[in-house]
Design a protein around this ligand. Structure first.
Ligand code: F6P
Length: 342
C-alpha cells in the first residue's frame, strides 16, 4: 500500500508530529510506503513530492511548521484541478491520502472523498474552530504563546499606566482570545462572535485603572464593534478560498480608547508568532495520537472520515461533519468570562 500525505492551509505547531506518527506506525506495523506531497493541494496537482520514510521523519517531533510545506491552493478553482490530482495519485500508485488541514483543506478532502478518492482527514488549526472535534492541535501552543506575552505586558503596562491592546489570531472564532484572556487576567476579551460596545470597553478600562492596575484588552483579529462597521481588513484581496486578510482592529481600538479615556494606549499584534516554533506537550500528544489513528483508519479501509478528539478518546467522524460548520464561542461561554472584565 502507498499512502500520500499532505499539509494544507496555515501552518500550525504539531504538523510534523502528525507526519512522524503516520509514517512510523505505517512503516513499522503495516509495511506501507509513503509519498509526501509538498505545499498542500499543490503537491498532488503538480506532482511535487518528497520521500517520507522512517529516516526522513526522525527528529521532527518538536519542530514547528511542516517539513512538507503548505499552501492555500484550491484545486476546485483550477482548470482540471481534480482530474490532475486523480491522474497524479494514480501515476504515483497512491492508494490512500492523508490530508492534514483546517476547514479549507478538509473541505477539499470532503469533496474528493465524494468523488471516490480514498481520503482520511486530520484536523489542524490554531483557531480551534472545527466542529467535529473538541480540540485541534496547535491551539494549545498558540494560547500558551499569547499568555506568555500577556504576562509580560502586564508589568510594562503597569509601570507606565498604559492600556495595552493585544491582537490575537482568530478569523471567525474567539477561542484563542477567550482562553488567553482568561488565563492572562485580561480586563476585557473581544471576539468575533459577540460584537463589542466601545463605551462598555472604556468603562472596563477606567475601572481597572481605578483598582490600581493597568488594563490589558485581548482582541481577536475578527472582532467587530456593535456600532460602526464590520471586520477590520488589512487587504481586500482574497485567497483561493475567498478569505480576506484581517488585521488592524487592535490599532482601531487603541486609538478609540485613548481618545475616549485620555489614557495612553498601545497595541501589540502577536500575528504569526502564535503559529511558529515548537509545539507544547499537549499539542505533541494530540498530534501524535491523531497521526496514529489516521493511519489506522487507512489500514481499516475506512475513508471519507476525519480523526477527532471526543473527551479523552480519538474517534472517527465523517469528513462532512468536521467541516460543515465552524465551532464558535457560545453566548454562555463568553458570559462566563465577563465576571473578570473591568
Ligand atoms: O486559520 C488560521 C489562521 O492563523 C487564522 O487565525 C488567520 O486569520 C489566518 O490563518 C492567517 O492566514 P495567513 O497566514 O495565510 O495570513
Amino acid at each position: 500500500m502507498r499512502v500520500g500525505v499532505l499539509t494544507g492551509g496555515g501552518d500550525c505547531p504539531g504538523l510534523n508530529a502528525v507526519i512522524r506518527a503516520v509514517v512510523r506506525k505505517g512503516v513499522q506495523e503495516y509495511g506501507y510506503e509513503f509519498v509526501g506531497y509538498r505545499e498542500g493541494w499543490r503537491g498532488p496537482l503538480e506532482n511535487l513530492t518528497m520521500d517520507l520514510t522512517r529516516e526522513t521523519v526522525r527528529g521532527i517531533l518538536p519542530r514547528g511548521g511542516t517539513i512538507l510545506k503548505s499552501s492555500r491552493t484550491n484545486p476546485f478553482k483550477l482548470e482540471r484541478g481534480v482530474e490532475r490530482i486523480e491522474e497524479n495519485l494514480s501515476k504515483d500508485g497512491v492508494d490512500a491520502l492523508i490530508a492534514i488541514g483546517g476547514e479549507d483543506t478538509l473541505g477539499v478532502a470532503t469533496k474528493l472523498a465524494d468523488l471516490g478518492v480514498n481520503v482520511v482527514g486530520v484536523p489542524k488549526t490554531i483557531d480551534n474552530d472545527l466542529s467535529g472535534t473538541d480540540f485541534t492541535f496547535g491551539f494549545d501552543t498558540a494560547v500558551s504563546i499569547a499568555v506568555e506575552a500577556i504576562d509580560r505586558l502586564h508589568t510594562t503596562a503597569e509601570s507606565h499606566q498604559r492600556v495595552l491592546v493585544v491582537e490575537v489570531m482568530g478569523r471567525h472564532a474567539g477561542w484563542i482570545a477567550l482562553h488567553a484572556g482568561i488565563a492572562g487576567g485580561a480586563a476585557a476579551v473581544l471576539i468575533p462572535e459577540h460584537p463589542f460596545d466601545i463605551d462598555e470597553v472604556c468603562g472596563w478600562v477606567q475601572s481597572r485603572f481605578a483598582d490600581g492596575f493597568a488594563p490589558i484588552i485581548v482582541v481577536s483579529e475578527g472582532a467587530v464593534p456593535a456600532v460602526g462597521g464590520g471586520m477590520t481588513l488589512q487587504s481586500l484581496e482574497t485567497d483561493a478560498f475567498g478569505h480576506v486578510r484581517l488585521g488592524g482592529i487592535g490599532d482601531r481600538l487603541a486609538e478609540e480608547i485613548e481618545e475616549r479615556t485620555g489614557k495612553e494606549s498601545r497595541v501589540v499584534v502577536l500575528g504569526h508568532v502564535q503559529r511558529g516554533g515548537t509545539p507544547t506537550v499537549y499539542d505533541r500528544w494530540l498530534a501524535t495520537r491523531f497521526g496514529l489513528h489516521a493511519i489506522q483508519a487507512v489500514a481499516d479501509g475506512e475513508f471519507g472520515v476525519m480523526v477527532a478528539q471526543h473527551g479523552t478518546q480519538i474517534v472517527r467522524v465523517p469528513l462532512l461533519e468536521g467541516t460543515r460548520e465552524l465551532k464558535l464561542v457560545s453566548r454562555e461561554e463568553y458570559e462566563e468570562a465577563r465576571v473578570f472584565f473591568g
